[in-house]
Design a protein around this ligand. Structure first.
Ligand code: PMP
Length: 288
């Protein structure tokens, strides 16, 4: 099953009056997140260019979703899969990765420590890394896939004014906005980020010392920093108002969309990376 062709829905209850808000629900991908797209493109490019050999181990550093997408492909195409995971990754993520047949190495620290560990394994000849932070196919997945689907599915006569996506590896925001701006030249591109000392799974701050080489932030016109607790309460609001079961980064993106629409009006499109299953052991679903 190929990723993509996810639904674009209008959120009529959440949108501030006089504005319109649309969301592309990326949890309709095969393993439940937007990262199935990057995993598919990176994997098949590595096979076609013979960087990945039949049966070779795939090593990846990931906070979860890329690893889950890659583990599915590794299982289908018979590659052992080793995933270096930051220690904060939730139990649901670990269970899901094991369910897809991956071997997990939990690295103390954050995503940057997981990257360093995975690089060490590859240098020691332990496998091939697709390296989502530096792999152009991570952005091409969204240039050729996500952005074209949005252009195809857009039903209104006028283009949207705002596009919002999370910044993690930069694959989504770079590839999608590059494709959209070719047609919708005036589109404002909002990068949604956590604060550097208040992480949200899958997301990165522009203030983080490590900036992924594939990210082209010159496409970004607006930046939103969202506290994790605010993202979590927006997840609760999205459930109450729209019956949407969103993940935490989706909550941050929705909050930023409401900020943009309240400040400037117009029509916004938000890309929602994953749903709530992997976050059930945290807020807003579990109270301390
Ligand atoms: N949200 C979640 C839940 C993610 O797993 C990711 C992937 N890191 C992102 C947002 C950000 O996407 P990207 O890596 O394409 O910037």
């Amino acid at each position: 099953m190929k990723p993509g062709n996810t639904p674009l829905v209008e959120l009529r209850n959440l949108a501030p009056s006089g504005t319109r808000l649309f969301a592309k629900l990326e949890w309709f991908n095969p393993t439940g997140s937007i990262k199935d797209r990057a995993a598919w493109y990176m994997f098949h490019n590595a096979v076609q260019t013979k960087k990945l050999h039949p049966g070779q181990t795939i090593v990846e550093a990931t906070s979860g979703n890329t690893g889950i997408g890659l583990a599915r492909l590794a299982q289908i195409y018979h590659h052992p899969m080793v995933i270096c995971l930051p220690s904060a990754a939730t139990e649901e993520r670990r269970q899901l990765l094991r369910a897809y047949g991956a071997e997990l190495i939990v690295v103390e620290g954050g995503p940057n420590d997981a990257i360093a560990h995975a690089s060490g394994l590859v240098e020691a000849g332990e496998g091939h890394m697709l390296y989502q932070y530096g792999n152009r196919w991570n952005t091409y997945a969204h240039f050729f896939g996500t952005s074209q689907e949005l252009l195809r599915d857009w039903q209104l006569e006028t283009p949207p004014t705002h596009f919002l996506a999370a910044y993690g590896t930069g694959g989504t925001i770079t590839g999608t906005s590059r494709g959209l701006k070719m047609i919708w030249a005036d589109l404002r591109v909002h990068s949604v980020e956590p604060f550097v000392d208040d992480p949200i799974s899958g997301m990165r701050s522009q203030d983080d010392p490590f900036q992924p080489p594939i990210a082209d932030l010159s496409l970004v016109t607006d930046r939103h920093e969202v506290q994790r607790a605010v993202a979590e309460s927006t997840v609760g609001m999205a459930m109450q108002e729209e019956g949407l079961f969103a993940g935490t980064s989706a909550g941050a993106i929705l909050f930023a969309a409401l900020e943009a629409l309240s400040a400037d009006g117009g029509t916004a499109v938000a890309l929602l990376p994953d749903d709530g299953w992997k976050y059930l052991s945290g807020a807003p679903w579990t109270t301390a």
